[in-house]
Design a binder for this molecule. Structure first.
Ligand code: NAD
Length: 283
């Protein structure tokens, strides 16, 4: 079967070039550059890599980005105090707290403390509620990055049966809302779902985000389905792989995202888009 690899890196670069032009135009008009504040708690090596990638991307497009680092034992109120200061800082348009957050801190309290107008991750209950009511504002980066990628390739998903594997607040649930908004019929699968292959076999479009390497098998897939692999799994040798058993899946699909180079770069591109949007429309 003809298979197309969806190139997130290429689209992400095009998005960044477009953002850079808009920032340049702002500067020539005497306006300030968009500002992104990043908060990092603890010393998770993967988080360090993600933060670095985000900062490099910010520099590339001409944003000002600043990072605040805390030890893994920091108290929740210290983080919320900083967020309150950043909420009132007129040079900051976006506030991002890198996940995962240590367990003693309540992630939802952190999300709620970021003003919705600077919530460039799109996780605040207000922004999620707007997406739920079909009036999106700042949208969660990974799900919107996936929709942007499908739009870029002119893949019409209206009317498709989309099966989302994983139901987290940051990927699976908002992905379900985005796919509904795009006219899909959706099924959400999670750790308590029985007979997962039965549901997957009915899917025209599969989005998987669970964090288990090689989980999705070729034999489960309807011929011609589209497969989007969100998973990021680091092997002992340092290699990064997704949640899809790529070798067995590739011959069954019409389109598939690679890992790395698929959804990951789209997530970063949307973060930049959200920061620019927040700067222009909300701050
Ligand atoms: P999470 O741990 O918060 O949620 C995982 C979800 O998968 C849960 O809903 C759980 O019920 C479900 N799940 C777990 N095991 C399952 C199983 N055996 N069968 C069915 N469902 C199962 O994870 P998350 O934060 O959503 O991240 C998921 C993966 O996506 C991770 O590998 C993460 O690194 C990756 N991720 C990638 C990007 C990106 O930009 N590419 C962004 C966010 C997350």
């Amino acid at each position: 079967m003809f298979t197309k690899i969806l190139d997130g890196k290429k689209i992400s670069n095009e998005i960044k070039v477009a953002i850079k032009k808009k920032v340049h135009k702002r500067l020539t008009l005497g306006k300030r550059p968009p500002g992104l504040a990043v908060i990092l708690i603890g010393n998770n090596p993967a988080s360090e890599i993600y933060i670095k990638k985000k900062q490099i991307s910010c520099n590339m497009v001409g944003f000002v980005s600043k990072c605040w680092r805390f030890s893994k034992n920091v108290q929740e109120n210290k983080i919320i105090n900083l967020i309150n200061i950043l909420n009132n800082n007129p040079t900051i348009d976006g506030i991002l707290v890198q996940l995962p957050i240590p367990k003693h801190i309540n992630t939802n309290n952190i999300f709620k403390s970021i003003t919705p107008n600077k919530d460039v991750d799109g996780f605040h209950p207000y922004n999620i509620g707007c997406l739920c009511q079909k009036t999106p504002r700042l949208r969660p980066c990974t799900p919107w990055g996936i929709i942007t990628m499908l739009q870029y390739y002119n893949i019409n998903i209206r009317g498709l049966h989309a099966v989302i594997i994983g139901a987290s607040n940051i990927v699976g649930r908002p992905m379900n809302l985005e796919l509904l908004l795009s006219g899909c019929t959706t099924t959400v699968i999670h750790r308590f779902t029985k007979n997962i292959p039965y549901f997957v076999k009915q899917a025209d479009l599969i989005v998987i985000a669970i964090g288990h390497k090689n989980f999705l098998k070729g034999e489960w897939i309807k011929p011609g389905a589209i497969v989007i692999d969100v998973g990021i799994n680091r092997l002992k040798n340092g290699e990064i792989v997704g949640d899809v058993e790529f070798k067995s899946v590739i011959s069954h699909v019409s389109y598939i995202t690679p890992v790395p180079g698929g959804v990951g770069p789209m997530t970063v591109a949307v973060l930049l888009q959200n920061t620019l949007k927040a700067c222009i429309e909300y701050n």
